[in-house]
Design a protein around this ligand. Structure first.
Ligand code: NAP
Length: 301
C-alpha cells in the first residue's frame, strides 16, 4: 500500500526558533528584554506541563515567559482584570490566554481585554479583522492557522488550490479561512451542519481539519493525492490524537501527524508573533500590501 509523506513540523519549528533566538539577541543588545505572559484558569495538569515546556523553550530563546494560573475559582471579572493589567504593563510585550477556558467563561470578552499589539496568539477581533480584510501584514496573524498553512506549503503551494477547511471555530477554522483566501486558495468551509462531507472533501486537493473530535474525518472521506493538515487535539486513552483517522496515511499523499505537526509548529510561531508584537509596539508597523498574485501577503503584485 502507498504511504503518505508525514509532514513533521520539527525542522520548520527549529528554523523558526533559530531566527527568533537571533532576533532576541539583537533586541537584548538594544536594551529590550522580551517578555510574554500566559494566563490560565483552572489549568489541567496537561496544560500546565505544556506551559512549563514552553517556558523552558522561551528560556533558551532569551524570552521571559510568565505563567499565571488564576485557579478554579476565578470568575470573568478576575480574568479580564488580569488581562488588562498585563496589557497595560510596558515590561510585558505579549499576552495570551491558555485556551480553551472552562465552561461559563466568555472567551470572546476575555480576548477583547488583550491589547491587539500584544496579542501573540493573533485571536483578538482586531487582528482577525485585519486578516479578514486582507491587511494581514498589519496584523499579528493567528498562530495555529499560520502553522496549518506553513505545513501545507512545505509540501505544495496553496495559491489556486481547492482547499477544504473542516471546522469554523474561533481559534482555528475561521481565521484559517481568511488566511487561505489571502493566499489565493479556493476555500470550502465545512462544519457540523455540512451534509455529505465525503463528497465535499473528495473534491478538494487540500483538507485542513480543526474540530476536536478524534476520527471526525475518516480515511474513506479522503482521496488519493490529497494533502491533509490535522489541527485537532484530543486526549484518548491517555494519548494525544488528532481529528483525522490514522488509517488515512494509506490513502492520501501527505498528512501532518498529531502530535508533532500543527501543535509543534504553533508553539514556535507564538514566539515569532512575540517579535512581531514588539515591532508593532515600537511603532515599526509594516506597510500593508494586500494578497498578491504570488499568493504571499507582503509581496507586491
Ligand atoms: P471549536 O471552536 O470548538 O470549533 C469546532 C468546529 O468543529 C465547529 O465549527 C463545529 O461546527 C465543527 N464540528 C463539530 N462537529 C463536526 C462534525 N461532525 N463535522 C464537521 N465539523 C464539525 O474548536 P477550535 O477552538 O476551533 O479548535 C478546533 C480543534 O483545534 C480542537 O481540537 C483544538 O484543541 C485544536 N487546536 C489546536 C491548536 C494547535 O496548536 N494544534 C490550537 C488551537 C486549537 P459548528 O460551528 O457547526 O458547531
Amino acid at each position: 500500500m502507498p504511504h503518505a509523506t508525514i509532514l513533521e513540523a520539527g525542522s520548520l519549528a527549529t528554523d523558526i526558533k533559530k531566527e527568533v533566538a537571533a532576533q532576541v539577541a539583537r533586541l537584548r543588545q538594544a536594551g529590550v528584554e522580551p517578555k510574554m505572559a500566559v494566563v490560565a484558569v483552572a489549568a489541567t495538569p496537561a496544560s500546565l506541563s505544556y506551559l512549563e515546556s514552553q517556558r523552558r523553550v522561551a528560556d533558551k530563546l532569551g524570552i521571559a515567559l510568565e505563567i499565571t494560573d488564576l485557579g478554579n475559582n476565578a470568575d470573568q471579572g478576575r480574568l479580564e482584570a488580569e488581562l488588562r493589567r498585563l496589557s497595560a504593563d510596558s515590561a510585558v510585550h505579549g499576552v495570551m490566554i491558555q485556551l480553551p477556558l472552562p465552561q461559563g467563561l466568555d472567551t470572546e470578552a476575555a480576548l477583547d481585554c488583550i491589547d491587539p499589539s500584544k496579542d501573540v496568539d493573533g485571536l483578538t477581533a482586531a487582528n482577525c479583522g485585519l486578516v479578514a480584510s486582507n491587511h494581514e501584514n498589519e496584523a499579528i496573524p493567528a498562530a495555529t492557522p499560520q502553522a496549518c498553512i506553513m505545513l501545507a506549503e512545505s509540501y505544495v503551494p496553496l495559491a489556486g488550490k481547492q482547499v477544504a477547511v473542516v471546522g469554523r471555530g474561533r481559534t482555528v477554522g475561521r481565521p484559517l479561512v481568511s488566511m487561505l483566501l489571502n493566499r489565493h486558495a479556493t476555500v470550502t468551509v465545512c462544519h457540523s451542519r455540512t451534509t455529505n462531507l465525503a463528497a465535499v472533501l473528495k473534491s478538494c486537493e487540500v483538507v485542513m481539519v480543526a474540530v476536536g473530535k478524534p476520527g471526525v474525518v475518516s480515511a474513506a472521506e479522503l482521496a488519493a493525492g490529497q494533502v491533509v493538515i490535522d489541527a485537532g487535539i484530543s486526549v484518548m486513552d491517555g494519548k494525544v490524537v488528532g481529528d483525522v483517522d490514522p488509517a488515512a496515511v494509506e490513502t492520501v499523499a501527505a498528512i501532518s501527524p498529531v502530535p508533532g505537526g500543527v501543535g509543534t509548529l504553533t508553539s514556535a510561531i507564538i514566539f515569532r508573533n512575540l517579535l512581531r508584537a514588539i515591532e508593532l509596539q515600537s511603532g515599526l508597523t509594516a506597510s500593508c500590501p494586500r494578497a498578491t498574485d504570488s499568493g504571499k501577503p507582503g509581496e507586491p503584485n
